[in-house]
Write a protein that binds this ligand. Structure first.
Ligand SMILES: N[C@@H](CCC(=O)N[C@@H](CS)C(=O)NCC(=O)O)C(=O)O
Length: 315
């Protein structure tokens, strides 16, 4: 079954899905959607995901998924012979996993990421290549583009109007310092709970080598681990490591070090924290792709002109 994943290297929710695919060794065609060039608002992508968010997954035959959690659930369906990422909720491990997924939903990672870009007051250093003020302008530009496109593409009018409204509401949230503070606090509380769980497991399995110790919900690597690992990776990128690194939450820190060694994580997410590979390189690839027809055209004209020149000189 052919799968096409629409994603971006630096996007948080795309990382979750790529990590799940790498865990399950799911093969897919990769299509980068360049958020910084507003490519997610282009009509071709709206026809795939009317919400214009990434990731999106198109399955051969027409089925589409437009939410990372649904996509991860789908990977369990298409790999029935591999261990499940979503455990049966009737099992104690499944219940634990469910509880952690709920806990990770008590805060909004995008509010923390983008809110911090706009209002970097609480961070201890955001390793991002763009400056705060330009980000708010970029967001306003997206809203204006959605409004403009609602006039230009009549068949997608309501999708674009909905998007403009959704983006305006999101921008208000991202700019609200109190909302940002609440979300950071909730993330910190969640990691404190994770620390308690990991500490309990470490007490019970202290004599076992690290690579054989349980994961977040038990012996099996689950969606809970995908969410926790990508969260820690993101918090580190945006300068919120001070509440879990440096001995603050030692089990969480050890957990992250362990994840950093995992092949599937290295393959799917490690580079996403690099300002160059996670953000600049995709933008460069996009610009080159956009310029390619012009470059090829110019090269063809130059070659033709050279040919004519040589021909005329020989005559
Ligand atoms: N609930 C969605 C959220 C996806 C999401 O918000 N993705 C971000 C990138 S990490 C995005 O597409 N932002 C651009 C936008 O909202 O226009 C999921 O889990 O897939």
């Amino acid at each position: 079954m052919a799968l096409t994943l629409y994603h971006h290297p630096g996007s948080f929710f795309s990382q979750r899905v790529r990590f799940a695919f790498a865990e399950k060794n799911v093969k897919y065609r990769s299509v980068e959607v360049e958020l910084h060039a507003e490519e997610n608002l282009e009509p071709w992508y709206v026809r795939i995901n009317p919400l214009m968010t990434i990731p999106g997954l198109a399955v051969e035959g027409g089925t589409k998924f437009i939410d990372s959690e649904a996509i991860i659930g789908f990977t369990d369906q298409i790999t029935p012979n591999l261990p499940l990422l979503f455990l049966d909720e009737k099992s104690p491990e499944g219940q634990k996993c469910h509880r952690f997924l709920q806990l990770f939903k008590t805060f909004d990672v995008q509010v923390i990421s983008i809110g911090t870009l706009i209002n970097p007051k609480f961070t201890k250093g955001f390793k991002h290549h763009r400056r705060a003020a330009t980000f708010e302008n970029a967001f306003t530009s997206r809203i204006n583009k959605a409004k403009r496109y609602s006039e230009q593409y009549k068949d997608l009018r309501y999708e674009y109007l909905n998007k403009a409204t959704a983006l305006s509401q999101r921008l208000q949230q991202f700019k609200d310092e109190e909302v940002l503070r609440d979300n950071i606090d909730a993330a910190e509380r969640a990691l404190t709970e994770v620390e308690a769980e990991l500490a309990k497991a470490s007490d019970e399995h202290g004599d076992v080598p690290l690579d054989e110790q349980p994961w977040l919900c038990g012996q099996q690597f689950t969606v809970g681990d995908i969410y926790l690992a990508t969260l820690l990776h993101r918090l580190l990128l945006i300068g919120y490591s001070h509440f879990w690194l440096g001995g603050k939450l030692p089990n969480v820190e050890r957990y992250y070090q362990r994840v950093l060694q995992r092949d599937s994580f290295r393959k799917s997410c490690l580079y996403a924290n690099s300002p160059f590979w996670g953000f600049m390189a995709p933008l460069i690839r996009y610009k080159v792709k956009q310029a390619l027809p012009w470059l090829l055209g110019a090269a063809a004209i130059a070659m033709g002109a050279t040919g004519v020149y040589i021909y005329l000189r020989k005559k």
